[in-house]
Ligand binder design. Structure first.
Ligand code: IMP
Length: 216
């Protein structure tokens, strides 16, 4: 298969090493009629105040390295009482103080409001870089609850969830109103309408062998 034959609008690679994320992404994109595969490419995660810039840099790098049409998603938890912290430092906070640490900090504060932000960035060698944003509003729970999902899911109660945390929901329920699913649906709408004609690749580069590029 050459890049010219690539099923634009119907298939895309998702660059990540996070299987939990990919499982969510795969389902939302499938609902939009788009198939996906996880692609492991090592990229730089820059330090920036916003998830969009982080995802853009990573997507451009992954596209250059793989020469495949792909998306990168970056997310963060923004807590109002902490002026948006941890935001782009979400991974660091989870690795260090974890959910218990966040709950301890929040216990001394009155305002529990928080938002999850997601930026989905599409990049290919011929279509321009496109960014799609999604937000999920909610609050930090008083204690960790639930066992599904990943990351901050046990401590985040989305406003539409009837008081349940993301970790107390099935993946289908989380996908109904998560930041990631909102950004992905916007991407899906745009991608489906991006016709193959718009995909003007000047070369004839063969897709890499799946064994080289695809992750589990
Ligand atoms: P990333 O940089 O997009 O991978 O996400 C930053 C951190 O936020 C990671 O440690 C994730 O575990 C966490 N995170 C991202 N998305 C979610 C989510 O949907 N639910 C809970 N935690 C998340």
């Amino acid at each position: 298969m050459t890049i010219r034959d690539f099923p634009v609008g119907r298939f895309v690679f998702f660059v990540s090493g996070n299987v939990h994320k990919f499982n969510e992404v795969r389902r939302v994109l499938a609902e939009c009629g788009i198939a996906s595969a996880m692609l492991r490419v090592k990229t730089t995660e820059i330090q920036d105040d916003n998830v969009e810039n982080i995802a853009k840099v990573s997507a451009l790098e992954a596209s250059k390295k793989s020469n495949l049409p792909l998306i990168v998603e970056d997310a963060g938890l923004f807590i109002r009482a902490l002026k948006g912290f941890p935001g782009p430092y979400s991974s660091y906070v989870l690795r260090t103080i974890g959910n218990e640490g966040v709950l301890k900090i929040m216990a001394s504060l009155d305002d529990q409001y928080a938002q999850f932000h997601s930026a989905v960035v599409f990049c290919s060698s011929s279509l321009s870089v496109k960014c799609f944003l999604g937000v999920s509003e909610g609050k930090i729970a008083q204690e960790a609850r639930g066992s599904s999902g990943f990351g901050f899911d046990p401590i985040f109660e989305p406003s539409e969830g009837g008081g349940r945390t993301f970790a107390e929901m099935s993946m289908e329920e989380k996908n109904m109103f998560s930041h990631r699913s909102r950004a992905l649906r916007k991407f899906g709408e745009w991608y489906k309408s991006a016709s193959s004609k718009a995909f003007k690749y000047e070369g004839n580069i063969a897709l890499k062998e799946p064994s080289e590029t695809l992750g589990g």
